[in-house]
Write a protein that binds this ligand. Structure first.
Ligand code: FNR
Length: 386
């Protein structure tokens, strides 16, 4: 089968490039403006090398990681990604199921075609990510609904005061709802597998796929359900809104998109239970540095009081291990899981999870360690820049 030829997470990207129409592949793979942050997210990992230990009995090693009182099978989860259902039929559902079977967290995006209650039902390990609406009443209504659906962890993404300048979406003809055009029609004919199995099936079940709020009112007109509406109306959001949510939300509260030490401390003091250091996969402020570069400083700034997680550019088990060595408690991986969903639905995602956790397991043995707690900064050395 097709999946047998996929040996690394990057192989999913190569396969997805052939499978997905150009606007969709461009939307997933793309970033903002010059792609400087996207490149730095990969480059930062290459700037560290390992110092392995040898002749350690590693026969009993484990990568299990306990986070917020739950033990997960691996130190990574699936990052929230909007409109996953455009890349794979009911993408959020297949991502949630595969993650649940593998016992790793999957963060459901708030800009999803699938309703949040459905995803909660499909998974024992799903978290919910919200783009907070502008008005306090709507914020509280959302928090209540997320709680009623049964999610125990709420992720607030805070790096989207406004939408970034994603030129590639314009260049590739991506829009939501997808606008019919000759180019899109041609793309659809050239990619019949996606057209029939993802697009037409989605159209029949949900109507034209777009950036729906997973918490939209059923039956409201498309543009009123569009999450992009909230983007335009929330550049006034501030720490007071985080406090409002903290006062109402009883579950775990994670703040995603922190890059500055000062913000890490403020978020912690405002009651965040965890942080995800992230530059949104290079999709927001172009030129924002890789989260890996600010990770050690933030870990020191919050001094072990709350878990610090990160995402951006993780493609190998060795990347996961480098992030952990620099102080991350947990990491998230984005694009490769969407590509895996596009290529192989649930089986594809399970394959991607297996590849990454096999790499971690093998590399732990080669580093001479039996648990991730043993991994410290002294196992890495910075490489001289060329
Ligand atoms: C994202 N990301 C994102 N983040 C978020 O908080 N809410 C969202 O709805 C989305 N949507 C989204 C869509 C797509 C297609 C991508 C690729 C990314 C950002 C995501 O959660 C994560 O921060 C990055 O994708 C991590 O970088 P890598 O692993 O893709 O390099």
């Amino acid at each position: 089968r097709r999946l047998r030829r996929i040996l690394s997470l990057d192989d999913f990207e190569t396969a997805a490039r052939r499978h997905l129409p150009r606007p969709i592949f461009g939307y997933v793979s793309g970033a903002s403006e010059t792609n400087a942050s996207l490149r730095d997210n990969r480059a930062a990992f290459a700037e560290f090398g390992f110092v392995p230990r040898v002749l350690v009995d590693v026969s009993q090693r484990t990568q299990e990681t306990t986070l917020f009182g739950k033990t997960y099978a691996a130190p990574f989860g699936i990052a929230p990604m909007g409109i996953s259902a455009l890349s794979a039929y009911r993408g959020d559902i297949v991502l949630a199921r595969a993650a649940s079977h593998a016992n790793i967290p999957m963060v459901m995006s708030g800009s999803s075609l699938i309703r949040l209650e459905e995803v909660a039902q499909e998974s024992a390990t799903a978290w919910f990510q919200a783009y907070v609406p502008g008005e306090p009443e709507r914020i509280l209504a959302l928090v209540e609904r997320v709680e009623r659906a049964g999610f125990d962890t709420l992720v607030l993404t805070v790096d989207t005061a406004v939408l970034a300048n994603r030129e590639n979406n314009v260049r590739n003809g991506f829009s939501t709802p997808l606008r019919p055009s000759l180019r899109l029609a041609w793309d659809g004919i050239a990619r019949p597998n996606w057209t029939v199995n993802t697009f037409l099936r989605t159209l029949l079940k949900h109507g034209m796929p777009h950036f729906e709020n997973s918490y939209a009112t059923r039956g409201a007109p498309i543009m009123a359900r569009n999450v992009l509406r909230d983007f335009g109306a929330k550049d006034h959001l501030n720490w007071k809104h985080l406090e409002l949510i903290r006062n109402r939300w009883k579950g775990r509260l994670v703040v995603k998109g922190i890059m500055a030490k000062e913000d890490a401390r403020i978020a912690r003091d405002a009651g965040a239970d965890g942080l995800i250091i992230s530059n949104h996969g290079g999709r927001q402020l172009d030129g924002a540095v890789s989260p890996l570069r600010v990770l050690p400083g933030i870990v020191d700034a919050v001094a072990g009081s709350i878990p610090v997680m990160m995402d951006g550019g993780i493609r190998r088990g060795s990347d996961v291990l480098k992030a952990i060595a620099l102080g991350a408690k947990f990491v998230f991986v984005g694009r490769p899981f969407i590509y895996a969903a596009a290529i192989g639905a649930e089986a594809g995602i399970s394959h991607a999870i297996t590849i990454l956790s096999d790499e971690i397991n093998r590399n732990m043995a080669l580093l001479g360690m039996t648990s991730l707690d043993e991994l410290r900064r002294d196992r890495l050395i910075p490489l001289a820049r060329s």
